[in-house]
Design a protein around this ligand. Sequence first.
Ligand SMILES: Nc1nc2c(ncn2[C@@H]2O[C@H](COP(=O)(O)OP(=O)(O)OP(=O)(O)O)[C@@H](O)[C@H]2O)c(=O)[nH]1
Ligand SMILES: [Mg+2]
Length: 465
Amino acid sequence: MAICIFASSRQEVFAVGERSILMLDDLSAKLQRVLKDLRGEGRLTEAHVDAAMREIRIALLEADVNFKVVKEFVACVKGKALGQEVLASLTPGQQVLKIVRDELTELLGTVNQGLIFSKTPPTVILLAGLQGSGKTTSAGKLARLLQRSGRRPLMVSVDVYRPAARDQLAIIGREIKIPVFETVSNNPFEICQQALTQAKNVGYDVLLVDTAGRLHIDQELMDELREVKRRLQPLETLLVADAMTGQDAVNSARDFHEQVGVTGVILAKMDGDTRGGAALSIQSVTGRPIKFIGVGEKYDSLEPFHPDRIASRILGMGDVLSLIEKAEEAVDKENALRMVEKIRKDSFTLEDFRDQLRQIRKLGPLDQLFKLFPNVGPLKGISGMQVDEKGLAHIEAIINSMTPRERDHYKIINGSRRKRISEGCGCTVQQVNQLLRQYDQARKMMRQMGTGVKGKRLGKFGFPF
Ligand SMILES: Nc1nc2c(ncn2[C@@H]2O[C@H](COP(=O)(O)OP(=O)(O)OP(=O)(O)O)[C@@H](O)[C@H]2O)c(=O)[nH]1
Ligand SMILES: [Mg+2]
């Protein structure tokens, strides 16, 4: 297994706490009750599936999930539950659980979608939303996350309507020690232009623009936003929605998206007394991913949104989840054995590396996976490691950009090849270098382990434990 990937850049690693998902506990408890009833079944009949789906429908509606989303979700799970062959090592009930988990993950957006950054800084990020949804606070939180990941953000408020709005952002800026652009101008478009010029001149690589909110979506606000967007050409237009407003958050997200076009959503106030339905509906209704969730008033309480983690947590499957993973693993076992053989023979190429990466990513969030590793020998320290999932996508892109010969013989990748590869995948030469270094280290580590595994029975993940 290609464990070297954990060494990828720590810059973009954001810790994800447990706080954010507490609000879904209610839903989780209900779903678990439903699914528990299914667990004892030897054979799955249409009547069983129907009964379970009825309960799931009620649980989701009670959690304030959009009714259309619920209808589609239930139909989809039912279709798959009845149509799919049951994996040999699962009971039919566990199989339904697996389908529910997979569909729930998809409903939530499948993978965490990070921010997009411009190759020619500054990257402009526009924050929009209804009044009081959490735009200004989120601007501060996001600026802080960006700064911690090595970027140089500048913030600006174009809210010229609420008297203290710009002061509020200035105070936040002072508190978190991130610069805020200030001007005497009272014209939103002029402020944008000046802030952009300042960012370019001083070398800030991200410009975070906090906009004015309104009580309800009105045409004036939308026209102004559209104009700000036209002038600034932001790469990201993030809608800040208040999770506590439930379906209103979903509707405002849809309206904003239809009128101005958003690239993602920050779901603020997920720590509040919310039933979580907004999170389950937004992606599906708008087609735009939730990129971050706000989980408190403090400036460090913004987290990347991880659909798979939330889905597993909602189902609270624990033991069953690991059973499902084992069943999935069995399918890949042959492949794992082939890889171990390659490691032994020291013929583990970058192509194999990429295949392994894909396999591993299928197992779910890697930092969780690493927790399963014993904290001994060459694996010492892995269990506590955090993983940069976005970095993994970069690694795959870099390897995709190589020729088959380069993947087989990485030593031929000289300076000009590195440049070509980096241009081909939109990464920097440094990132290519870093990957090759990691791969080299991994080969060494694998060789060590390879010599140790001879003759031993291989356990989970192809390791002899
Ligand atoms: N609990 C909690 N409170 C939050 C969160 N995000 C924002 N708030 C609070 O929500 C309130 C409104 O936040 P602002 O950031 O001022 O909202 P805004 O969208 O900028 O408001 P306007 O500029 O007036 O439209 C403040 O009291 C924030 O502290 C969050 O994730 N959790
Ligand atoms: Mg504000």
